[in-house]
Ligand binder design. Structure first.
Ligand SMILES: Nc1ncnc2c1ncn2[C@@H]1O[C@H](COP(=O)(O)OP(=O)(O)O)[C@@H](O)[C@H]1O
Ligand SMILES: [Mg+2]
Length: 345
């Protein structure tokens, strides 16, 4: 057994093609801050929460790309912008070469069918008064995709069964409260896959689940990815989860991607001090032989007030004076590995 197998036993299967599904260029999502009347009188210019602040990356067809970073760094907003659930205030998102922000009417409806989202808390994202059948059938009805009741039933049963609730017929007329947290998340996954999507943004999909069932859900996602050819954007604050499941990792800090690359490569050879800190506390058998825990000082700063220069400098154990001035550009490390730090040589 190779080192890789012993250390990442579960899930990774690399994407088959290098085809680009999303090409995100310089994406910005700013939210206006609604300040009190007097403050707005004296303030010069409007202020914004820069939730996503000049972010560029690609998502390849058939891969699982993890977006990783502390709470508030802009992961959810990035995912929502990809799905057009949030409007970009700048930059561009190309989906199969087409600008997502220009979609309207039928194009937008088609796109919404092809691009689904799964949330952290399956309890809040499904209607407790609906049966499992109705929950999973709803996207089909809303999108009017079935030509007969029979087709609808078949698709619902297939989706539920593929999501690991078997035999599906035993679940159809049950209610969410009769299921466990893991089973409810399977229902949500069935609700997302029933439309045969190209891409699923999974936003902290296992964060609210018991540790013992997390792996089952992660395995299910990989299975579905393989079987249905779904591309995943897997959002998590937990780098160890990203490491287990993803093909590539994008590390976000305060609205920016500070490092991106092949998962194996980023974990074994992190370049950005923030990535190094996240990796140093991965609670799994050590992927890096010798390592010290890097404890970051200070709280995550607020995206209303982004520090000058490198936005990570106030917390960075490796910062030098120039880091207060220079907003670093991406440095090419090799392959598709990039990191934004001026200290990389
Ligand atoms: N609709 C909104 N209006 C104002 N601020 C928002 C909105 N959505 C998110 N934010 C802010 O944007 C930042 C990034 O949020 P989010 O994308 O949810 O981060 P994450 O998912 O990484 O925790 C946070 O400071 C959050 O408070
Ligand atoms: Mg979030």
């Amino acid at each position: 057994m190779t080192m890789e197998q012993t250390q990442r036993p579960v899930l990774k299967v690399a994407p088959e093609s290098g085809e680009v599904l999303f090409d995100v260029k310089d994406l910005q999502v700013y939210f206006p801050i609604h300040e009190g009347f007097f403050k707005s009188m004296v303030a010069t210019g409007k202020r914004f929460v820069k939730a996503v602040d000049h972010v560029s990356f690609q998502v390849k067809k058939g891969e699982i790309l993890a977006l990783v970073g502390e709470s508030g760094c802009g992961k959810t907003t990035t995912g929502r912008a990809l799905l057009r659930l949030e409007d970009a205030t700048g930059g561009e998102i190309l989906y199969k070469g087409q600008p997502v922000n220009k979609y309207s009417g039928k194009e937008l409806r088609d796109y919404r069918r092809k691009a689904q989202i799964i949330f952290q808390d399956p309890y809040n994202s499904i209607n407790p008064k609906q049966t499992i059948f109705d929950i999973v059938a709803e996207p089909l009805e809303v999108n009017n995709v079935c030509s007969s009741e029979r087709e609808k039933e078949e698709r619902v049963i297939t989706a539920i069964s593929e999501a690991g609730l078997r035999p599906a017929t035993e679940y159809l007329y049950r209610y969410p409260h009769e299921l466990s947290g893991g089973q409810r998340q399977r229902v949500c996954i069935a609700g997302a896959t029933v439309l045969d999507p190209d891409v699923i943004v999974a936003d902290e999909p296992v964060a609210s689940l018991d540790v013992s069932i997390r792996n089952d859900i992660l395995k299910l996602m990989v299975e579905e990815k393989e079987k249905l050819g779904v591309t995943y954007i897997f959002i998590t604050h937990d780098l160890s989860l990203a490491w287990v499941i993803s093909d590539r990792i994008a590390v976000m800090y305060l609205g920016r991607i500070v490092e991106i690359g092949d998962t194996e490569e980023v974990v074994a050879n992190p370049q950005h001090p923030y990535t190094k800190a996240l990796i140093s506390v991965i609670p799994v058998p050590d992927p890096l032989a010798k390592r010290e825990h890097v404890i970051l000082k200070g709280e995550t700063p607020n995206p209303k007030d982004i520090p000058s220069g490198c936005r990570f400098h106030p917390r960075c154990p490796e910062a030098i004076d120039a880091c207060k001035e220079i907003d670093p550009e991406d440095v090419h490390i090799g392959g598709d590995h990039y990191a934004a730090c001026i200290r990389i040589k």
